[in-house]
Design a protein around this ligand. Structure first.
Ligand SMILES: [Zn+2]
Length: 208
């Protein structure tokens, strides 16, 4: 975040990004939006205080089933990771810097389940989150970044404004690509990933 501030990046909301994409306008250079998937407790305890310090807006994509619960993870101490609770979600929503989207209901790979289950994951996660937040849930990020044409159609019909994936060669407003950042990314790699070189390099490699 310090690097972004020092180098005069403009951190905007997802709505601002989606407006540009829907109007087929190019993003200005050094403009980006920040998103987080899954919704772990440390999004409140660690991430949120940092974002507040820089006044950077962000979107957290919540997996509905785990709100107030735990994720199982072999990598975590004790085999599980605490998810965000309703209280912290509501607090972040109230203060206005963080927006929430859906990351499905139970984090299944949508391309690996039948139509009925897909519909449940897409539609029910939206309904549940709207009940929790008391506002329209406009965005979804696909678990594992996995989607196909039918999933995109379903997401549009369910009333979402946009869908988010990771790298893909033909992005549109229901498969907007994002740059994945990993724990092991150091500052050099981070700088590369937020530079225009990142997508250019990915495109070049994909053409081979
Ligand atoms: Zn995820």
């Amino acid at each position: 975040m310090d690097y972004l501030l020092q180098h005069q990046y403009r951190v905007v909301t997802l709505d601002q990004v989606v407006d540009r994409i829907k109007n087929a306008k190019k993003m200005e250079t050094k403009t980006l939006a920040i998103t987080f998937d899954d919704g772990y407790e440390d999004h409140f305890t660690t991430v949120y205080p940092i974002l507040k310090r820089y006044d950077f807006p962000a979107t957290i994509f919540l997996t509905v089933k785990y709100v107030d619960g735990y994720w199982e993870s072999e990598k975590a101490e004790g085999g599980r990771i605490k998810a965000l609770c309703r209280k912290h979600i509501k607090e972040m929503q109230r203060e206005g810097l963080i927006q929430f989207g859906s990351h499905g209901y139970s984090h299944v790979d949508l391309t690996g389940v039948d139509r009925e289950k897909r519909f449940f994951e897409i539609r029910n996660s939206k309904v549940c989150l709207e009940d929790l937040l008391g506002e329209d849930v406009r965005f979804i990020s696909y678990p594992f970044g996995a989607f196909d044409q039918e999933i995109k159609n379903m997401v549009r019909r369910a009333g979402y404004r946009a869908g988010f994936s990771i790298w893909n060669t033909k992005p549109d407003s229901y498969s907007i690509r994002r740059i994945p950042l990993h724990t092991r990314d150091g500052l050099m790699r981070f700088r590369f990933k937020v530079s225009p070189l990142y997508f250019a390099t990915r495109s070049l490699l994909a053409k081979r």
